[in-house]
Design a protein. Structure first.
Length: 248
């Protein structure tokens, strides 16, 4: 009888580990352009404040977060974005000190990136998301040109079924937002100025999705792991464990 119980507990532990790993992977928000969260972006489209709050809330699940903006780009170091994060109860750090490797990233709930390519370990950035970290990535910065900008970030994005186009899209101004996704709750328009369009490399994959289009170009996208398959496996393992218990 004791052996039977011990065997069942082991199966239950395996199921729990699978379910835990299912929820371990983090989330990604991709913006084709950096102007959205800049001071100018706030001025042109005040919904930028709500958008920033929504992104942070989506990353943390509603709690307070510790965020790093690893960049020297104006799109992420503005006072208005810093005030938004502080007013929402988050810790907001803008710094390019040290190498952005897994050891550094693990100190933060989310990393905000764009327009700065020095000392960033892309393989570690991928692992960071796989381990449960969150990433906001903006392109369209003009740093290095469209081809180089897309080329630097695409090894990261490709790992999650997304890609930046290697050219700027010429789309500018306040863009209407019509998406039910939580990051756009209460957001009617956001500003941008000539970004790298976003491409969904795996349209049938529910994990990654381009949410907002303008002139046929993808402007905002997300990645979040779909738990259904691992959950089904976990439930199946629990069923096997129950069957073994009954047979004993």
């Amino acid at each position: 009888m004791r052996k039977g119980r011990h065997y069942a507990i082991n199966w239950l532990s395996i199921r729990n580990l699978l379910i835990a790993s299912m929820f371990a992977q983090g989330k990604i928000v991709v913006n084709n352009d950096e102007w959205t969260l800049s001071n100018a972006g706030y001025s042109f489209a005040p919904d930028a404040d709500r958008f920033a709050r929504n992104v942070a809330n989506w990353f943390t699940g509603g709690g307070s977060g510790n965020f790093l903006a690893y960049t020297n780009n104006f799109g992420l170091y503005g006072a208005q974005l810093a005030n938004t994060m502080a007013n929402a109860g988050h810790t907001w750090t803008v710094s390019t000190a040290g190498t952005l490797n897994l050891s550094l990233m693990q100190n933060y709930d989310a990393i905000f990136l764009g327009g700065y390519y020095t000392n960033i370990v892309i393989a570690d950035l991928i692992q960071y998301v796989q381990n449960g970290g969150n990433v906001y990535l903006a392109a369209g910065t003009g740093v290095g040109g469209a081809v180089n900008e897309a080329g630097f970030w695409n090894p990261f994005l490709n790992a999650f079924g997304l890609s930046f186009a290697p050219s700027y899209n010429g789309i500018g101004g306040n863009i209407p937002i019509n998406s039910p996704h939580p990051i756009f709750a209460g957001v009617s328009q956001l500003y941008q100025n000539n970004g790298n369009s976003i491409i969904d490399l795996q349209p049938a994959n529910p994990n990654n999705e381009v949410l907002v289009f303008s002139q046929g170009q993808g402007l905002y996208a997300v990645y979040v792991p779909e738990p259904a398959s691992l959950l089904a496996l976990g439930v199946g393992l629990a069923g096997v464990a129950g069957l073994r218990r009954r047979r004993r």
